[in-house]
Design a protein around this ligand. Structure first.
Ligand code: SF4
Ligand code: SF4
Ligand code: FES
Length: 239
């Protein structure tokens, strides 16, 4: 059997002064998933190696990591014979590859991430435009892996003033739902959507093909629609 070599980020704040990298061998064959490599380290080499995983099927969003420098889901990406594994950027590290998911989840508190309506439906069944439905379905694919957050320069620059792309997608599910009665664009404004530079980096890393930037643009156009000035908006060079 061929061997692969993986360099992994290690950090246990309870005992390490600073993060460090260590290298291990693993059994490699074409079709080995990155998560198999992480499990190999945990099961055969060092039981203290820490990472999240659950579904092994791209659905729970827990196994996000930086694989060879690019964010992705470990259960979805194939291992390369030489590889590096690091935690996602922009969110605090609890230990090794485990990021503090709660830290980001807390930023989504107060977004009222449910269908908020008081009026009864005008017809049964309710009709929804195909375009709205498609946008809703795509946003609903988000598994909250936070790959997009990890590459977002606006979030990195000022996380206290910008919710970041994952929260934008979560909120947008309801913003594009015609049954929802909340002014989601106003909430997005408070959540700092004007800080998005429209760089599109989030679109390039989402493992589920969601384009968070598209939802930012929808929210910005809704804001314009209600007469909110976008003069403070800061589109970047790719925007
Ligand atoms: S397009 Fe906006 S949300 Fe997406 S990475 Fe760039 S700044 Fe962040
Ligand atoms: S939008 Fe995509 S990359 Fe961002 S959290 Fe959701 S699934 Fe992950
Ligand atoms: S283990 Fe659930 S997304 Fe990878």
């Amino acid at each position: 059997m061929e061997k692969g070599k993986v360099t992994v980020f290690r950090y246990n704040p309870a005992k390490d002064q600073a993060p460090y990298f260590e290298t291990h061998e693993f059994p490699f064959w074409p079709g080995t998933f990155v998560l198999d490599v992480a499990n190999h380290i945990y099961e055969k080499i060092d039981g203290s190696f820490s990472f999240y995983s659950s579904c092994r099927n791209s659905h729970c969003g827990l196994c996000g990591a930086k694989i060879n420098g690019k964010p992705g889901l470990m259960c979805r990406e194939f291992a390369t014979q030489e590889m590096t594994l690091e935690p996602l950027s922009n969110i605090s590290v609890i230990r090794d590859l485990m990021i503090d998911r709660q830290e980001y989840e807390e930023t989504m508190g107060g977004l009222r991430l449910f269908l908020d309506r008081s009026k009864a439906p005008v017809s049964q069944p309710e009709k929804i435009d195909r375009e709205d439905l498609e946008l809703f379905k795509v946003a609903s694919r988000c598994v909250e892996c936070y790959a997009c957050v990890s590459v977002c320069p606006a979030f990195e620059e000022n996380r206290h003033e910008f919710l970041g792309p994952a929260g934008i997608v979560q909120m947008s599910r309801h913003a594009v739902d015609p049954r929802d009665e909340l002014n989601r664009e106003i909430i997005a404004h408070s959540a700092g959507v004007l800080n998005c530079t429209l760089c599109g980096k989030c679109n390039r890393v989402c493992p589920h093909g969601i384009a968070p930037k598209t939802y930012v643009e929808i929210l910005l156009s809704k804001l314009e629609g209600i007469g909110k000035s976008l003069e403070n908006h800061r589109p970047g060079e790719n925007g």
